[in-house]
Design a protein around this ligand. Structure first.
Ligand code: FAD
Length: 503
């Protein structure tokens, strides 16, 4: 235990001492130095620029921060020039791709420089290698759209508004996950700008240690400007839909969910289900199975692994298409539109090894706490959701070389999603989400079913993530840090995001 703590904390004591001694350069000076590097090209926008408001718009106002200036690079060389400058001058900055993180300061910065990668958004496809090259600031809707004419697609966000940068460096759960593993494990190579401005390509063949570290390593190593992604065939049909059930069907619903989590997702890897229970406002309470199937679907004769959700085993379903016999683009655009934007928002997560009694206890704890501890406020939505990471998913990821996340046995990722309208309710909502997840952890731990893993992309700013990858992964990440970011630029100067212990 002690040695674990030492390994986690010690490697960077010298760097931390340096950070205390070094002063950050005034952000105004950083912005004008940056501006002088790009004369006449309007790549650096101050708060008085007409573009500033749009460039600092986030899908949730909870994430809003006001940088001193926004830098919008048009190519990798621009990113390199900027990062070199920030390192040399000790300028604090943030990196933003789609800006879909709800944690304030993760893809934004108060008073520093924001690198907004939105113009690095080209997608190309090479039929020879079957790889798609995708700019580090793209959104999935554009990526899917650009690949449609080639009848291929890639593993990406289920909500098409997400950016590729945060999603892929956090792991990435896609509709193809049961068959193909984490989206990050389907990256062929990345182009990344390191702290000294060097541009390198990392893959399983070159800089393989860094390549593996980036899958779950978030923004700790550099700015990724291009992802080369393995593609999958998209000539067939793709289906996405909701099944809704009343709270009265909860027991049967949880029994079916338990069965899908314990073997179902492995038995038919073309299927994919997110289970959730939602309370919306004062009167809407529903259990939802958000399903997809990579293939044709006839609701009157569904694949057997989905049977109990259609045949009355879980009573009183309402069926609603997201994308009937469509494409991955239509399904994920549908989810984007359904999930909307503009509300205040947070998410928090824990992972468990699933069994039916545990699911029942956790769901009851969620219901009790939500109905007793939370006042219904304008825009109120509280959702308890989970989905399995089964054996086929883990094996598919391992077969591609593995990642940083350290998952070795099946589990379910659980998350709580909260949405509300008023900033005055922030404190109550965040406090509730913190207490609920602690309660979940205690219940799962007492049952001997708490899993170590926490999913980075569903993490909140109050809880560590990377220590939950396990000691082997943390050691590997620390090793990569020493090689690729030896002065800890992406820890010291990039304050936002989940950091590697000791950095
Ligand atoms: C409504 C909703 C639906 C979601 N659905 C899914 C889902 O289906 N599957 C899933 O896995 N996750 C999902 N997520 C979580 C999502 O993956 C994360 O929020 C992710 O960070 C979004 O990616 P982004 O590029 O928009 O992130 P941003 O907010 O731009 O960035 C997030 C973090 O990544 C870093 N980063 C971004 N780009 C780069 C880069 N190019 N180089 C280095 N660092 C970078 C940023 O600095 C920041 O710390 C969902 C979230 C929401 C709110």
């Amino acid at each position: 235990m002690l040695s674990y703590a030492l390994i986690l904390l010690c490697p960077n004591l010298v760097l931390q001492a340096q950070a205390w001694i070094l002063q950050f350069t005034n952000p105004t000076a950083c912005c004008s130095l940056l501006d002088s590097k790009f004369p006449g090209q309007s790549k650096v926008y101050s708060s008085s620029a007409p573009e500033y408001e749009e460039l600092t718009f986030y899908w949730t106002p909870t994430a809003q921060q006001l940088p001193r200036c926004v830098f919008t690079p048009y190519n990798t060389q621009d990113v390199s020039t900027a990062v070199k400058l920030f390192t040399r001058k000790n300028c604090q900055f943030a990196i933003r791709s789609g800006g879909h993180s709800y944690n304030p300061g993760w893809a934004g910065i108060e008073n520093g420089v924001l690198i907004s990668l939105g113009y690095l958004n080209q997608t190309t496809y090479d039929p020879q290698t079957k790889l798609a090259t995708v700019g580090g600031g793209s959104r999935w809707t554009d990526v899917y759209g650009a690949l449609l004419p080639y009848n291929v697609t890639v593993l990406g966000g289920r909500n098409s508004d997400l950016g590729v940068g945060g999603y892929l460096t956090g792991g990435g759960i896609s509709f193809y996950a049961n068959e193909k593993g984490w989206a990050a494990d389907n990256i062929g190579s990345v182009e990344i700008v390191l702290a000294d401005g060097k541009i390198i390509n990392a893959s399983r063949q070159r800089h393989s240690d860094l390549f593996r570290s980036l899958k779950g390593g978030s923004n700790n190593f550099g700015v990724i400007t291009k992802f080369r992604l393995e593609t999958v065939d998209a000539t067939g049909l793709f289906n996405g839909w909701y099944m809704r059930y009343p709270f009265a069907s909860t027991d049967a619903y949880l029994a079916a969910a338990n069965s899908y989590c314990n073997g179902g997702s492995d038995a038919d890897t073309k299927s994919h289900i997110i289970f959730s229970a939602s309370i919306v406002g004062t009167d809407e309470m529903t259990n939802v199975a958000l399903m997809s199937y990579n293939g044709a679907l006839d609701p009157t004769n569904p694949p057997s692994v989905l049977g109990s959700f259609f045949d009355g085993t879980v009573p009183d379903p309402t069926f609603q298409w997201l994308a009937p016999n469509g494409t991955i683009k239509s399904a994920t655009d549908g989810l984007r539109d359904a999930q909307g934007s503009g509300n205040r928002y947070t998410m928090t997560t824990v992972s468990v090894h699933v069994e039916l009694e545990l699911l029942k206890t956790l769901r009851q704890a969620w219901l009790n706490m939500t109905t007793t501890d939370l006042r219904v406020t304008p825009g109120f939505l509280v959702q308890f959701a989970f989905q399995p990471i089964g054996q086929t998913w883990i094996a598919a990821s391992e077969a591609k070389g593995g990642n940083s996340m350290g998952i070795t046995s099946p589990l379910a990722v659980m998350w709580i999603q909260l949405r509300w309208d008023l900033a005055s309710d922030d404190a109550a909502m965040l406090d509730y989400s913190r207490r609920l997840i602690s309660r979940f952890e205690k219940i799962a731990k007492d049952a001997g079913k708490l899993a170590r893993f926490r999913y980075l992309n569903y993490g909140d700013r109050f809880h560590d993530i990377i220590p939950h990858y396990g000691i082997q992964s943390v050691r590997r990440l620390q090793r990569s840090k020493r090689i690729y970011d030896p002065t800890n630029v992406f820890g010291r100067l990039v304050p936002g995001g989940f950091k590697i212990p000791g950095y």
